[in-house]
Design a protein around this ligand. Sequence first.
Ligand SMILES: Cc1cc2nc3c(=O)[nH]c(=O)nc-3n(C[C@H](O)[C@H](O)[C@H](O)COP(=O)(O)O)c2cc1C
Length: 306
Amino acid sequence: MDSAKINISSQIGKLELRNPFILASGTLGISGPMLKYIAQEGAGAVITKSFGLNAREGYPGPVMTEVTGGFLNSMGLPNPGAEAMKNEIHEAKKSGMPIIASIFGFNEDEYVQAASYADKANADALELNVSCPHVEQVGVEIGLDPELLKKVTRAVKKSFHGPIIVKLSPNASDIVEIAEAAANGGANALTVTNTMKAMAIDIETRRPILGGKFGGLSGPALKPIALRCVYQIYEKISLPIIGCGGITCCRDVVEFLLAGASAVQIGTAIVSKDIGVFKELAQDLIHYMSKHNHQKLEEIIGTAHV
Ligand SMILES: Cc1cc2nc3c(=O)[nH]c(=O)nc-3n(C[C@H](O)[C@H](O)[C@H](O)COP(=O)(O)O)c2cc1C
């Protein structure tokens, strides 16, 4: 196939992306100018750091440590609050690329209020972080409770007018049940997945390494788990899926597409590779599609299912 004829644009509900590569929330912090730069450097869309209604300092360090096959982080969701994030989103929007606002809250009302700030900032879509594994009372408590998740998703739809993406936790014992709850709440797409709850211990001090004790595992060690979650959800739930977890090379991307993802998020690979990873993945994906005679992503998505 002539590579000039290959189209790698991706459709996530009403969200149209020039390519399927999205910057994952939080891995590069909160800065609007940084998000704008990444969007200009080849990402199909970028997601903000998760923000809540009020500013939060996060946890004392260390907040990150390397483990075999990835990293653990327990940032503790530091962010300047919704009012300040509105300005970061405005700045990022100057890129002309889709900007997705990620929000969290300690209860339904906080989600609804944070979502209204994202709406005022004209974010192109909203990602609900209901899956942070290291901050108590926020995220996982909601993201692992199907009834609560359905309620929060439904409530948020009243204050944000664009597509709602629910970011699921790999810590769920039945991720399909959680995905179904998000769908029933009116989610327009799912991000699969956030980090996995994990820890590391220093054998000399004999104490947990992370200031927050537990952290979220990201990077290649997470990939087979996230991939399994995408595969299982694709079989039962008819919502667009954005794969996320340990994606570092084109082979990983193709695996997620075959499992059923329509797009993928890149997080930790930015640290190991740098921002050029978006352009590199796009080139390599076009090369793969050319080799296998595919013109559009739809010809690959979900084809690992028999
Ligand atoms: C330092 C760091 C900060 C993160 N902050 C957030 C966040 O604010 N909100 C969120 O939903 N996910 C956050 N994540 C999770 C990532 O968005 C992503 O889901 C996870 O890292 C798995 O993808 P990866 O293996 O490609 O990094 C963070 C991850 C890291 C490593």
